[in-house]
Design a protein around this ligand. Sequence first.
Ligand code: AMP
Length: 355
Amino acid sequence: MIKTLPVGATIGILGGGQLGRMLAVAASRLGLRVHIFEPGANPPAGDVSHRVTTASYDDHAALTAFGRSVDVITYEFENIPTSALDLLETLAPIHPGRQALATSQDRLTEKTFLQGLGLQTAPFADVPDAIALGAAMDSIGAPAILKTRRMGYDGKGQARIMVAADATAAFADMQGAPAILEGFVNFSHEISIIGARGQDGSVACYDPGENVHQSGILRTTKVPANLTASQRTDAVLIAARVLNALDYVGVMGVELFVTSTGLIVNEFAPRVHNSGHWTQNGCHICQFEQHIRAIAGWPLGDGSRHADVTMENLIGDDMNKLVEYAKTDAAIHLYGKSDIKPGRKMGHVNRIVRT
Ligand code: AMP
């Protein structure tokens, strides 16, 4: 059943980082209010939200009060404790739903799910312990990547195994956490596709973007990506397949490797995605508004691209060059973070590429 939120309704967002902040701005443009739940003090999203609750995810009283004060709940990161979701789902609808979260929280479940849909992934093997590592290496071989099943992001919780002798050290890096071993994919480049699915089951995808990472962190996204027309269509079909299979409501980012044997799915994120920030200046309706529309039961908006765009993340002391960025025609989006730290995402700029 479609639940359409009226103007003035309140959206609860779990997590108060930059994604929450940009969701809150989009919500307020649509006349909706936002209540942020975030354990850390002074979250970036707090500056632009109607209300902020500062409490931990095991504070049941705070979660209950939050859940009662909102009309729908969404989130800006995927590692939300299950116990918090168990409580919140009795108080308000949660979009995207539990299946999407549970699947994306665990790399083994995620890869198994993707393969079950008939999609191509890297070869993978479960590595619950040191004994399983040997069998996994035998079946996958080197080079490979060992990744923790849970809580990995921006390249954290990963170790590369270039030759079989590296395997023991890589396993030690996991610090006892259950892991999966992935065969190394020989890709030409990395792309992502941002898709959305409304409460009525309609699906809309943005043009795929081409991503460049540095030290495991997204550095730039450019659109259009270097893809053939059929690869572009494949990317859209892959996103739609995942969205439909999960009966998904909201925006999702799907990361793909481009190879000579087709597109290989790396992972999906059940939320707005850093590689979709270009849509703020390249599309009529950006990924943040699209997500709010979907979870609010509104029709999806027109996400067609009207310009070529390059998005560049401002990471750590890139912020010291802010005045230089401001002198160019780049559209600046800052997250309101005052402490500059190495590797910290401070903002991004979008440049329209004029030909
Ligand atoms: P992830 O945390 O899974 O998104 O991985 C971070 C980055 O590591 C990706 O964007 C790729 O550049 C690289 N990577 C991850 N998995 C593989 C793989 N199986 N083969 C080759 N490169 C990978």
